[in-house]
Design a protein around this ligand. Structure first.
Ligand code: FES
Ligand code: FES
Length: 180
């Protein structure tokens, strides 16, 4: 799923607008690493993550807060990063999809998505995984309703959602104390 041409042109045009108010220096932690960066007030968090930090696992599907492809964790909460300005994250902690695997091993949610075929093209997957992570951090035995509610802001055009729901449930089992 690519960005529509009209929207791509609008983003390119926005990138050419000269700064009005100068840039602010922000300090934030992304995937455990602290960054100090100048950022213009109009820059969206998703663009900062992708363009400045080069963490391109955070995707842009709509740029309007609808699709969820840009979901990240902001201080542990799933947030659509196209709805937040980068300057608003000064002093905060962000986790992107690049930050959840540890020591070369996939996160249990990623393993469960792989095993339960919770993805096809994969475009929505980083956002869905992070939305699921917020849920599983507080509820590792979620009901199907809880899972569907947690991922309700994330559009998937491929899977029909059932395999995603199965994967999140399986991930919860893996994340329970004493499992594996
Ligand atoms: Fe679609 Fe952010 S890009 S919700
Ligand atoms: Fe293709 Fe979800 S949009 S796997």
């Amino acid at each position: 799923m690519g960005m529509p041409t009209k929207r791509r042109k609008a983003r390119a045009k926005r990138a050419r607008i000269p700064p009005e108010n100068g840039s602010h220096t922000i300090i934030l932690t992304v995937n455990g690493r602290t960054y100090t960066r100048p950022v213009e007030p109009r820059v969206l968090l998703v663009d900062f993550i992708r363009d400045d930090l080069r963490l391109t696992g955070t995707h842009v599907g709509c740029d309007t807060g609808h699709c969820g492809a840009c979901t990240i964790l902001l201080d542990g909460h799933a947030v659509k990063s196209c709805t937040v300005l980068a300057v608003q994250t000064d002093g905060h902690q962000i986790t992107t999809i690049e930050g959840i695997a540890a020591h070369g091993r996939m996160h249990p949610i990623q393993e469960a998505f792989k095993e339960h075929h919770g993805l096809q093209c994969g475009f929505c997957t980083p956002g869905v995984v992070l939305a699921a992570m917020e849920l599983l951090q507080v509820e590792n035995a979620p009901s199907e309703d809880q899972i569907r509610t947690a991922i309700s802001g994330n559009i998937c055009r491929c899977t029909g959602y059932q395999n995603i729901v199965d994967a999140v449930a399986a991930a919860g089992e893996r994340m329970r104390p004493g499992s594996g």
